[in-house]
Every structure is written in C-alpha cells, then in structure tokens.
Design a protein around this ligand. Structure first.
Ligand SMILES: Nc1ncnc2c1ncn2[C@@H]1O[C@H](COP(=O)(O)OP(=O)(O)OP(=O)(O)O)[C@@H](O)[C@H]1O
Ligand SMILES: [Mg+2]
Length: 261
C-alpha cells in the first residue's frame, strides 16, 4: 500500500526533543521551554443529526495530552467517550473546534495525510476490536508496520514479540473468528502498540479481560510509558486503574473536567 508521507520534519524534531525532558502539567519542561502536546483540542463540539433529531454529544471539550502523560477518561454510558476518542484520533470530524496532533491541524489535512499522521503518531484500541477477519493475529498486528513501510520480516518479528507480551505466542496464526473475545482484544492492544506510537487512544481496552490479564496489559502500558514516553488516553470503567494514572478526567454534559474539580 502506498502511503503519503507528511512534510512534518520540523514537528518531528521538536516532538522527539521534547521526550528528553520531564514535564509539568502546564506544558513546560524542566528547561522552561514549552513542549508540544501530542494531542491538543480546543472548544471541540460534536452534533449528530439523525433524521429530525439532533444530538449534541460534545459541547466544549478542551484537552492537551503531553508526551509521557497517562490520562483516564471516565463518564457514564452515552456521555460521548468513544465520540471524543474518534475525534482526537481524526477518525471522525468535529462539528466545531480545533484539533492538533503533533502540532498538525487535522482540519487542514486531507484523508490520506490524516491517515499517515495517525500511522506515525497514534495507536488505537477500539471499544469493539475492529480486527481484519481474513488475516491472522500476526498479520493484524504487523499491519501498521507494513503500512508504515517496514519489511514483512521485520514487521512479523515485531508483531510476534508484541503478541508474546500480551500472552498470545500460541495463537499467532489464528484468525479473529478463531479467538476468544478477550484474545481478540489483546490482539487489538498488540496492534495499537506495535509501532511504538507517541500516543495510544484506548477505549475500554481491558473491559473484556479477567483481572490478571488486565493487570498484565496495564503493566505493559506502564513499561512503554516509562521506556518510550508513550502517552495514553484511556477510557475506562476501572476506577482503581484510573486512579493510578496521571490525571482522571470526567466527560459529563458534553464537557471534560478533572475528576476532583
Ligand atoms: N453516528 C451516530 N449518530 C447519532 N448518534 C450517535 C452516533 N454515534 C453515537 N451517537 C450517540 O452519541 C452519544 C454518545 O455515544 P458514545 O458512543 O460516544 O458514548 P460512550 O460514552 O462511548 O458510551 P459507552 O460507555 O456506552 O461506550 C450516544 O447517545 C449515542 O447514541
Ligand atoms: Mg463507548
């Protein structure tokens, strides 16, 4: 598959440099220079129109996700958590407001450039795993690397390594229909992490998993966060896990605010 590369060398450089420095929540690193958020949104709104009915799901969402930050997003069913992740990752366009990923304005890019930006910077774990049914677990996990230009051999080796880390070394050649629900979810998690993205957007990633397996996934996230400064935005109903992250934000009435505000 041919993928357009985006002209973002200066942005790349700035983001990579900023990983070297520790951060504070106002976005300043230890040297006092401003960091570029991996994802930033301002006054984000989303209205769904269904026949005569209009549903205003997001009204005014503002968020900066800095390199290395782990953020939990909580909120009741139907509050708009999945809608928000889809907007932040450029999978769907907002009705109003502004989103930047690694300093690039999503609204000003065409679909191919947005897809390329996603491939370079973001990983997704969807609420419903969205694996490709005709491909094996290994091929599903290798896919983002192949799209990014890796050789088949390198992509397969890395995919096998990630599948091992989520406890699926014995299921590499199984297709999604031949896996359990929790196994499919773990394949989806491996696929989101395989290209070492700068930020991973996860929609209830461990909702279908038993406690022990879920803990293994949380540890994998922590180690990626520590080793590579990967940021995570995780929609979760697991309050104990949410409390271990840097910030817990609540989505309610179309707005996002700190859990303790
Ligand atoms: N394509 C659509 N068209 C119309 N309404 C939609 C569409 N997608 C979502 N909605 C509505 O928007 C609201 C928010 O949906 P969303 O999936 O973002 O909620 P959620 O917080 O992720 O919920 P859950 O915790 O159940 O996954 C819901 O009321 C839903 O019915
Ligand atoms: Mg949802």
């Amino acid at each position: 598959m041919q993928i357009n590369t985006i002209a973002a060398n200066n942005i790349d450089g700035t983001v990579m440099e900023s990983h070297q420095n520790s951060l504070s929540h106002d976005g300043e690193n230890s040297r006092g220079a401003h960091m570029i958020p991996v994802i930033s949104c301002r006054h984000l709104s989303k209205r769904y129109t269904q026949g005569p009915q209009q549903v205003d799901v997001l009204l005014d969402v503002n968020l900066d996700v800095y390199p290395g930050e782990c953020i939990a997003v909580v909120g009741s069913s139907g509050s708009g958590k999945t809608t928000l992740l889809n907007m932040l990752g450029g999978l769907d366009m907002p009705t109003g407001g502004h989103i930047e990923v690694a300093g690039c304005d999503l609204a000003s890019m065409n679909d191919r450039a947005r897809a390329s930006l996603r491939n370079r910077y973001l990983g997704f774990v969807y609420q419903f795993h969205h694996l490709l049914g005709e491909f094996s677990a290994l091929e599903n996990v290798a896919m983002p690397l192949l799209i990014g230009g890796s050789s088949t051999k390198a992509a397969s080796a890395k995919a096998a390594e990630l599948l091992g880390q989520v406890g699926l070394s014995h299921r590499l050649t199984h297709k999604p229909s031949e896996l359990s629900g929790g196994e499919r979810q773990r394949v989806a998690i491996a696929r989101a992490l395989v290209s070492s993205p700068r930020c991973v957007l996860m929609d209830e990633p461990t909702g279908n998993l038993d406690h022990r397996t879920a803990q293994g996934i949380h540890e994998l996230m922590r180690s990626l966060n520590q080793q590579l400064d990967t940021s995570f935005v995780v929609v979760t109903h697991d309050e104990r896990f949410a409390a271990t992250l840097d910030r817990v934000l609540v989505l309610s009435n179309g707005c996002l605010q700190a859990a303790n505000a």
